[in-house]
Design a protein around this ligand. Structure first.
Ligand SMILES: Nc1nc2c(ncn2[C@@H]2O[C@H](COP(=O)(O)OP(=O)(O)O)[C@@H](O)[C@H]2O)c(=O)[nH]1
Ligand SMILES: [Mg+2]
Ligand SMILES: [Zn+2]
Length: 314
């Protein structure tokens, strides 16, 4: 399934796109209807009439079990925390960060790569706009990620440098592009695939600073691969990550953490912490540890926020 919009969805089958309705049974329960079928879902559907054009030509009978899914918390104040599924059955998350314009935000790349770990998909880091600042582009900090678990690409959608490697990395896989607004996600995708896409971000244009209205849409890229662009996101609050899970989302912290005195160590203020020792020894860069602490703080804040809010609603 390529995309869904208010009760309809577009299903790709036999090389053709079919606009389908969701079978009534699937839509039961308001809560669930938004995420019952999302981009990347495999569905079984029945053709009704092939009228062509925008007329629905099928009915989705069932959504097949998902290999995985990526969800975030949508925290609309009055309605409480809800799971918002963005996409299903993906192979990798491609994090796009620009060298400049916008400059990297502290901990942002780390947060998105941690999300890839959380969802059990590959994380690829694409450093874009290398044409703007060769020195910043060559910064060894980026190579640190390549030394852990992640593939690293340096690209310019402007000059085309690295774009072939980018395209190659998408081949045959289902990918999701994530990154702040303006980092060049849409430009890279357009340049690599030849798809006609609108450059310049939606959230930027509406100026509302909202990041919750993510509509994820999959584009077939012609060689068995699919890719979803996403509107720029300001933050990312993966569904159901607790403070104690965070360590497992930093693969480079695992070995040093085995040396921590306390099994409950959060690697912040605790004595005899293996992770902090690794930072002191230069094995883990200071900025990487700071990124971890930043995310940890955010998780704690949202955990403590959740409690009172839930009680108030009852
Ligand atoms: N100099 C330079 N500009 C770029 C590059 N990639 C994208 N841009 C520009 O950055 C702006 C935002 O690009 P866009 O693709 O819309 O970013 P998105 O929000 O991540 O989808 C546009 O003005 C692009 O022309 C690049 O590699 N180098
Ligand atoms: Mg875009
Ligand atoms: Zn520790």
């Amino acid at each position: 399934m390529l995309r869904s919009q208010s009760g309809f969805c577009t299903v790709l089958s036999g090389g053709r796109e079919h606009l389908c309705k969701l079978r009534g049974r699937l839509k039961q329960g308001r809560q669930r209807s938004r995420t019952v079928a999302v981009a990347g879902d495999r569905v079984s559907f029945r053709l009704v009439a092939d009228a062509g054009g925008d007329t629905p030509s099928g009915v989705v009978e069932a959504v097949l079990p998902r290999d995985n899914k990526i969800s975030r918390s949508s925290s609309r104040r009055d309605r409480g925390r809800k799971e918002q599924v963005l996409m299903a059955n993906l192979d990798q998350i491609v994090v796009v960060q620009s060298v400049r314009q916008p400059a990297p935000m502290k901990g942002f790349v780390d947060r998105l790569l941690a999300a890839a770990e959380h969802y059990g998909v590959d994380g690829l880091l694409c450093l874009n706009k290398i044409d703007l600042d060769a020195t910043a582009a060559a910064d060894a900090r980026w190579d640190y990620y390549a030394g852990i678990d992640y593939r690293l690409l340096r690209t310019s959608a402007e000059t085309g440098e690295g774009v072939d490697a980018f395209h190659e990395a998408l081949r045959g896989r289902i990918s999701l592009l994530l990154g702040a607004s303006g980092t060049g996600k849409t430009s890279l995708l357009a340049r690599a695939t030849g798809l006609e896409l609108e450059v310049g971000d939606v959230t930027e244009k509406t100026g509302l600073g909202r990041h919750t209205t993510t509509r994820t849409e999959l584009f077939p890229i012609g060689d068995g691969g699919f890719i979803a662009d996403s509107p720029g996101i300001r933050g990312f609050d993966p569904w159901e990550v607790g403070t104690t899970d965070l360590l497992n989302l930093f693969p480079d912290f695992l070995a040093p953490a085995a040396e921590c005195r306390f099994t409950t160590c959060l690697h912040r203020d605790e004595p005899a912490c293996g992770v902090k020792a690794a930072v002191q020894d230069g094995m883990i860069p200071v900025w990487r540890h700071e990124a971890y602490l930043l995310i940890l703080g955010d998780l704690e804040a949202s955990e403590s926020e959740r409690g009172p809010r839930r009680r108030k609603r009852e």
